[in-house]
Design a protein around this ligand. Structure first.
Ligand code: UDP
Ligand code: MN
Length: 339
């Protein structure tokens, strides 16, 4: 009898200790949440509130469905973002595509590095979704913030057969050369991993997408593009980009040209160097998105052109020798016809 009492007492104590432990964990998570939560208060279809849709634009409902993560490299484009987020979410909802939006915001003072931001977005989106209690997405869209699909025929479906370049030459309002791979590209997580993401050497505007194109081909991937789109360069997309207000950083300094004109076999998603800033769960017009503040780090001995301030002026060299490692596209200039 005594033994039974003692056993009961020990069990009871253990129970109280576990309860206290749980309470401490709950209190800690309440005070220091893993992600900032500022919910969107979306009402799901049928009037039911789906709690995940307060933090994910369009959560995946059916286990069998595909789930898309939009990865948006970003700095100082909040005007464009305000337009983009509600519009793209509506476009994707009309196609019944479950999606989460990740805005990867570069907060350091180095030159903009679109490719490294995409690498970080790819890595971090998985962790954020996990912390929010969601399944991971199985494909991503590397998506410019200022390029909006207008033609509803454009597919954003799971690109099973190979990376799908939505903003194809002939459809993109500005870029029209065969190798162009920028703007909007859909790729499965598996294929992105296979290519080890993008090169981290591209600070400033341009060439990172051309290098990525070559990586994908070297990974034996076939790049697919939309077919039967008849809206042409004028009305397939809206590119809300004023070249005057949003100047492209085309400076060249140090040995940037020599290095970045070549295929990079050393850097990629597994070498991207950064510090995480704060993560925000934000909302635009009741569409939820995640803002990831990222401080990119630069090894100045390897890529001194990550900061061109105070650098000696360098002229762009023309007619440099070409070999199979050169990734710079040859773009035929259209001759102006004299009328
Ligand atoms: N971007 C940004 N801030 C910048 C530069 C670029 O947010 O200072 C992002 C933005 O998503 C933009 C994309 O990078 O759409 C591509 O840059 P940009 O529009 O300058 O290139 P374009 O394709 O128009 O030449
Ligand atoms: Mn643009």
């Amino acid at each position: 009898m005594r033994l039974l009492k003692r056993n009961l007492l020990v069990t009871f104590r253990l129970f109280v200790m576990c309860l206290c432990g749980c309470l401490i964990v709950v209190l800690f998570l309440t005070l220091f949440p893993l992600v900032e939560v500022n919910t969107c208060h979306r009402i799901g279809s049928g009037g039911a509130v789906n709690s995940l849709s307060n933090v994910i634009a369009s959560p995946v409902l059916n286990e069998k469905d595909h789930f898309l993560c939009l990865i948006i490299p970003f700095r100082d484009r909040f005007e464009e973002l305000n337009e983009f987020v509600p519009m793209i979410s509506e476009f994707l909802n009309k196609k019944s595509i479950a999606h989460a939006i990740f805005v990867v915001n570069q907060i350091d003072t180095l030159r903009f590095n679109r490719a490294s931001l995409i690498n970080v977005g790819f890595i971090k989106s998985e962790k954020v979704l996990h912390d929010l209690g969601s399944r991971n997405c199985d494909y991503v869209a590397l998506h410019d913030v200022d390029l909006m699909p207008l033609n509803t025929e454009l597919s954003y479906a799971y690109p099973e057969k190979g990376p799908f370049h939505v903003a194809a030459p002939g459809l993109h309002p500005k870029y029209d050369y065969h190798e162009f791979l920028g703007g909007i590209l859909l790729i499965t997580r598996e294929h992105f991993n296979l290519a080890n993401g993008l090169s981290n050497r591209y600070w400033g505007w341009g060439l990172e997408d051309d290098e990525f194109h070559r990586r994908l081909l070297d990974s034996q991937l076939k790049i697919l593009r939309p077919v039967n789109i008849t809206t042409g360069k004028e009305s397939t997309f809206k590119h809300f980009h004023s070249a005057r207000a949003r100047k492209r950083d085309m400076s060249i300094c140090y040995n940037q040209q020599e290095v970045t004109r070549k295929r990079d076999r050393d850097t990629g998603m597994n070498t991207v160097s950064y510090k995480m800033g704060r993560t925000f769960q934000n909302c635009i017009d009741n569409v939820a998105y995640t803002l990831l503040n990222i401080e990119l780090l630069c090894d100045h001995s390897k890529t001194p052109w990550c900061n061109c301030k105070d650098a000696p002026k360098v002229e762009m060299k023309r007619n440099l020798p070409r070999d199979e490692d050169v990734i710079v596209p040859i773009i035929k200039r259209k001759r102006k016809t004299v009328k």
